[in-house]
Design a binder for this molecule. Structure first.
Ligand code: MN
Length: 349
């Protein structure tokens, strides 16, 4: 949680910013963080950061829009090459995040806010932004962003009272995400972000003006694409989950699931598998042209991944993440070897 000084500093930055640009992580937590801050000051533009880490390519947006402030939301890693250029043009930067990051890598000129580094306290970036803006009418946005990042903030109690029809009596983020209407909203935003750029921009504009959660839930011409993407993705997810169920029947410790297609939804699949098969190690591999993107969930999964990558010594491989949630990327030719190594380490315990 942010302290009083941090909250007033963030508010001051927001009030100072006349033409801010917001770069946010390409998920509902990042998106909702942006929406909260944008609504608070009623100005600024926002763009999702699709590549991780944030790199030099995003300087183009800055040259194009010439902002007087840059906010970076929910993005765990920003490359030095990016900050070097930002420093040259003296652009004030405010970076708000909740990931475990190396503090030494944050340049001095960046206004950095991340309570996780002080207290190892879980949060969501959306909730951190809400602590600064505290606009009651945006409480539902706070909940949608938070539960999609596996975090139930204490203000959920208040939310339940205002919106009993959207909430669920639970303290488990995934249970809320999969079984309530605020969860549907979070999923709608998540699917909308996977759409093509013009539709993503349309959705962001829609959200900047949206007044209530019911405007999101109701399909109208203003949010039609978001709903359609949601319907398509949900249909696919249902099919994938049936197949994953068969995988899960074959092992009692591991679920290793592979899929392809034009939309990556590894995080969605792995989170659901984790929810349906608690206690298991989950690996989801998205096989695309030449590469495989991997998402892992479960106890000590970070250690399992690290050992696998080290021993496998795969070409062009990288990966990392939290203790219980990781991501990795390997080359397609190494998938069989990768899978076998994972099996070996999971079964050894
Ligand atoms: Mn996040």
């Amino acid at each position: 949680m942010l302290n009083e000084i941090q909250i007033s500093q963030i508010k001051e930055h927001l009030n100072n910013a006349q033409n801010p640009l917001f770069f946010f992580d390409n998920d509902p937590d990042g998106l909702c963080s942006f929406i909260l801050l944008q609504k608070y000051i009623g100005r600024g533009k926002g763009f999702p950061v699709k590549s991780s880490p944030l790199d030099k390519n995003y300087l183009r947006k800055i040259n194009e829009l010439n902002p007087d402030y840059l906010f970076i939301l929910d993005v765990p890693v920003v490359l030095e090459e990016f900050f070097e250029e930002i420093k040259k043009i003296n652009l004030p930067v405010v970076w708000i995040d909740h990931h475990n990051t190396e503090k030494s890598k944050i340049p001095d000129f960046v206004n950095y806010y991340n309570p996780f580094l002080e207290k190892d306290f879980p949060s969501s970036t959306t909730y951190l932004c809400y602590e600064a803006t505290k606009k009651k009418e945006d409480l539902w946005i706070t909940i949608a962003g938070s539960i999609s990042d596996n975090f139930v903030p204490e203000v959920y109690e208040e939310f339940k009272k205002i919106y009993p029809d959207l909430s669920l009596d639970s303290s488990d983020a995934f249970e809320i995400l999969y079984n309530s209407r605020i969860g549907v909203i979070a999923n709608l935003l998540n699917c909308g972000l996977k759409d093509k750029t013009t539709n993503v921009i349309k959705m962001i504009k829609f959200l900047m003006n949206v007044k209530s959660p019911y405007d999101v839930l109701e399909k109208t011409p203003k949010n039609r694409e978001m709903h359609e993407k949601f319907e398509i993705i949900n249909k696919k997810l249902k099919k994938f989950l049936e197949r994953a169920q068969e995988e899960a029947n074959a092992s009692d410790k591991l679920v290793f699931f592979e899929y392809g297609g034009d939309t990556s939804m590894s995080a969605e699949i792995s989170n659901r598998l984790k929810y349906f098969f608690p206690g298991r190690i989950i690996f989801v591999a998205y096989v695309s042209e030449g590469f495989v993107n991997i998402s892992g969930r479960g106890e000590n999964v970070k250690r399992i991944l690290e050992k696998t990558l080290k021993q496998g010594n795969f070409e062009n491989a990288r990966g990392g993440g939290h203790e219980n949630a990781v991501g990795a990327r390997i080359m397609k030719k190494d998938l069989d070897a990768f899978r076998e190594k994972i099996k070996e380490f999971v079964n050894k315990g």
